[in-house]
Design a binder for this molecule. Structure first.
Ligand code: LLP
Length: 430
C-alpha cells in the first residue's frame, strides 16, 4: 500500500451500489449502515486462491452478511459464545464434513473458536457443538481436554513481532497479550500431549490493518514453528490483517504475491511432512470494509472562531474508529441542492463529549476535510465503514443502535432494525 497522499478532493455522492442515498435515508432513517452485497462477494472471490477463507466475523457480524459470505464458500471464525450463536444462526454447521476433500486436503472446520481464554459460556458452547479451537493461551489446553477429551486443536502463536495500523491493533511481540509465545512451543506441545490433545493446526495473526511487508515475515516465522510441531499438522493459517485503502493515494495490496509466498511455505512443509496441508487466511476488514457506508444527516452547521463544524446525527457511539485510533474515513456529501462552494470543515456527532469528532487524527486533535458546502438536512456519507463499524457501536448517551441495510443489485432490505427506546431499558429495574 502506498502512503503518498495527493490533496484530497471534495466529494459528492448520490448513490450507494445503485441505490439513491436520499431514498435509503427516507426509507430507513439515519444514522444508517448500508452494505453493498456485490462488493462483499467480490472481496471473497479476490481470495479464491486460498484453500480456506475464514471470515473474522468480529469485523461485521450481521446475520445477512454472514449468510452472504457463507454462500461464497467462506468459513467463519468466532471469538465468543455470541459469535458462535451468530455463525450457527446464519447457517454454518457445527461439524466438519469428515471426509478429506477430493483434492486430498484435510476436512475443513466450518466454525473455529479463536481466543486467548475460554470464558465459561464460550467453553460450554464449544463443548456443546464440538467445535475446533484455536488456543491463544496454554491454559486453554487443559480446560478443553477436561471437557472434550481427545480433541484436535490449533495453536495461535505470537511470533515475537507484530504490526497494525495502530499500536492498539498490533497483536504480536511482548507488548501484546495475544497468542502463545513462540519460545514456549516445546513446553506447550508437551502439555497438549499429556492432556491427550492433537495439535493439528498452527495460526499466526500479527495485527490488524498492517502491510504486506510485515505480513510477509509471518510466513517464515510460521514455517519455523511448524517444523517444531511436526507431522501432526494438517492446517496452517496466515491469520488476518490484510489492509484496505482508506486514504487518498492508497491502493490495494498485491494479494497474488502474498498468496505465492504462503503457498511456497506450505509446499515446503508438505514435502517435509509427506502429506497435504490446508492453507487458510482469516480476513475481517478486507471482506467488508469497502462495502460499508454510514449515512448520517447534518443537523447543525456552526462556527467556533475560525473553524466551521458540521454536526451530524451519528457519533462515536455509531462509528468508534476515529475516536479510538484517529482512523481516517473518506466522507462525501449528498446535498439537497446543488452546491458550488467547497470549504474545510470539522465533522462531529451529537454526544456530550469533545472527542466525538470524525475528522480527528491520532492523539485526538481535530482536523478538517474539504467538503462541498453543507446545509442542515443534507446527508453526509462516511465511507469504508463496513469493518469494525456497526459491531463496535454502543448505546452511550442512551442512543439506540442504528439500523443496517443490505443493497443487492436492484433491491435493498433492512437486515437489522434500529433499536427502540424500549430496547434501551430492557432488563433494567427501578
Ligand atoms: N484473526 C484474529 C485472531 C484477529 O484478532 C483479527 C482481528 C482478525 C483475524 C481480523 O483482522 P483484520 O483482517 O480485520 O485486520 N477494531 C480495530 C481492528 C481490531 C482487530 C481485532 N482482531 C479497527 O477498527 O481497526
Amino acid at each position: 500500500m502506498t502512503t503518498a497522499q495527493p490533496p484530497e478532493k471534495p466529494r459528492l455522492r448520490t448513490t450507494i451500489a445503485g441505490a439513491r442515498v436520499a431514498d435509503l435515508a427516507d426509507t430507513y432513517g439515519t444514522p444508517l449502515y448500508v452494505y453493498d452485497a456485490e462488493m462483499i462477494r467480490q472481496r471473497c472471490r479476490d481470495l479464491a486462491a486460498w484453500d480456506t477463507v475464514r471470515f473474522a466475523q468480529k469485523a461485521c457480524s450481521n446475520l445477512a452478511v454472514l449468510s452472504l459470505v457463507r454462500s461464497e464458500g467462506v468459513m467463519v471464525d468466532a471469538v465468543s459464545a455470541g459469535e458462535i450463536h451468530r455463525a450457527m444462526a446464519a447457517g454454518y454447521p457445527a461439524h466438519d464434513a469428515n471426509q478429506p476433500g477430493p483434492d486430498g486436503l484435510p476436512p475443513v472446520h466450518p466454525i473455529v473458536y479463536t481466543a486467548d481464554i475460554f470464558d465459561r459460556d464460550s467453553l460450554d458452547a464449544v463443548v456443546k457443538h464440538g467445535l475446533h479451537v484455536n488456543c491463544g493461551s496454554a491454559d486453554m489446553i487443559e480446560q478443553l481436554a477436561e471437557r472434550l477429551p481427545g480433541a484436535s486443536i490449533t495453536l495461535r502463536v505470537n511470533p515475537g513481532f507484530g504490526h497494525g495500523h495502530s499500536q492498539k491493533t498490533n497483536t504480536g511481540g511482548e507488548g501484546s497479550k495475544h497468542g502463545i509465545w513462540h519460545e514456549d512451543i516445546p513446553d506447550v506441545l508437551r502439555r497438549a500431549e499429556w492432556s491427550g490433545l492433537q495439535v493439528s493446526g498452527l495460526h499466526m495473526h500479527i495485527g490488524s490493518g498492517t502491510d504486506l511487508a510485515h505480513l510477509a515475515e509471518v510466513a517464515e516465522a510460521l514455517e519455523r514453528v511448524a517444523i517444531e510441531v511436526g507431522r501432526s499438522l494438517t492446517t496452517i493459517s496466515a491469520g488476518g490483517g490484510l489492509p484496505v485503502p482508506y486514504k487518498p493515494g492508497e491502493v490495494h495490496a498485491d494479494l497474488s504475491g502474498y498468496f505465492t509466498l504462503w503457498d511456497a511455505a506450505r509446499k515446503r512443509l508438505e514435502d517435509r511432512f509427506g502429506h497435504r496441508l490446508r492453507l487458510e487466511i482469516e480476513p475481517g476488514r478486507y471482506l467488508t470494509a469497502e462495502s460499508g457506508f454510514l449515512i448520517t444527516e447534518v443537523r447543525a452547521v456552526k462556527r467556533q472562531g475560525s473553524r466551521k463544524y458540521l454536526l451530524v446525527d451519528a457519533g462515536f457511539n455509531t462509528l468508534a474508529r476515529p475516536v479510538l485510533y484517529g482512523s481516517y474515513h473518506p466522507m462525501s456529501l449528498c446535498p439537497k441542492d446543488a452546491v458550488e462552494v467547497v470549504e474545510d470543515v470539522a465533522i462531529g456527532g451529537p454526544l456530550c463529549e469533545s472527542g466525538d469528532i470524525f475528522t480527528q487524527i491520532d492523539g485526538g486533535f481535530v482536523a478538517t476535510r474539504p467538503l462541498p458546502m453543507a446545509a442542515v438536512g443534507d446527508l453526509l456519507v462516511i465511507e469504508i465503514a463496513g469493518a469494525y463499524g456497526f459491531v463496535m457501536a454502543s448505546n452511550y448517551n442512551s442512543k439506540p443502535l442504528p439500523a443496517e441495510v443490505l443493497v443487492d443489485g436492484e433491491k435493498h432490505r433492512l437486515v437489522r432494525a434500529r433499536q427502540t427506546p424500549d430496547d434501551l431499558i430492557r432488563g433494567e429495574r427501578v
